[in-house]
Design a protein around this ligand. Structure first.
Ligand code: SF4
Ligand code: SF4
Length: 184
């Protein structure tokens, strides 16, 4: 049973507001439509392999249990959108989870594997950079070894890094420009 002091009544609205960048948009407001049927959990590929339960995260958000921001579970969602497609109440589950993650990241709680993905974006312009295998594969089907992507364009990389600095994204993930990795 959850103790009363662990419930943050304003937290539900905080999630809704954080996920509603355009006035009048109700994407994350769908949170309040959840009737806890569990279809999302039953559909979730991550839940099959881990203790992550989508319905539980939505329930915590609905009840204003802000400790969900400290939970490892919110980082186990692969954003596959299966729950989003299958929810009988049209709850925008994946958007809600992403909104909760954004709030958690602002608190300094971003999971390390996600930070590492962001490191690749700052280092190479992509979460999954091209490598030697990519080059070989492209060559084998008659394509240029290097695709016309940000990774191979200094101008694009400069723009990505400028945007990251202006938005303080580098600070958010704890990026070290000297080592081009995470700060130790
Ligand atoms: Fe709530 Fe939709 Fe998940 Fe059912 S499938 S528990 S209504 S979010
Ligand atoms: Fe599970 Fe996330 Fe996919 Fe929903 S979007 S089914 S929570 S992995």
């Amino acid at each position: 049973m959850m103790k009363a002091e662990e419930l943050n009544k304003g937290f539900v609205n905080e999630i809704i507001e954080a996920g509603t960048p355009v006035p009048g948009e109700k994407e994350v407001a769908s949170l309040k439509s959840c009737y806890q049927c569990g279809t999302c959990t039953g559909s979730c590929p991550s839940g099959r392999r881990t203790a992550y339960r989508t319905r539980k995260v939505i329930r915590q958000a609905l009840l204003g249990i802000d400790s969900v921001l400290d939970s490892d579970d919110i980082w186990k969602c692969t954003t596959c959108y299966t729950c989003y497609e299958r929810c009988p109440r049209d709850v925008k589950v994946t958007e809600i989870i992403k909104t909760i993650r954004n709030l958690a990241a602002k608190k300094g709680n971003m999971a390390t594997p996600h930070k590492m993905t962001a490191v690749y974006v700052l280092k190479a312009g992509h979460a999954v950079p091209a490598n030697d295998d990519t080059a070989k594969l492209r060559k084998s089907i008659g394509l240029a070894e290097k695709a016309p992507i940000a990774q191979f364009s200094q101008k694009d990389m400069d723009e990505i890094r400028t945007i990251a600095k202006n938005l303080k994204f580098d600070e958010l993930i704890g990026f070290d420009w000297k080592t081009m990795g995470l700060k130790q």
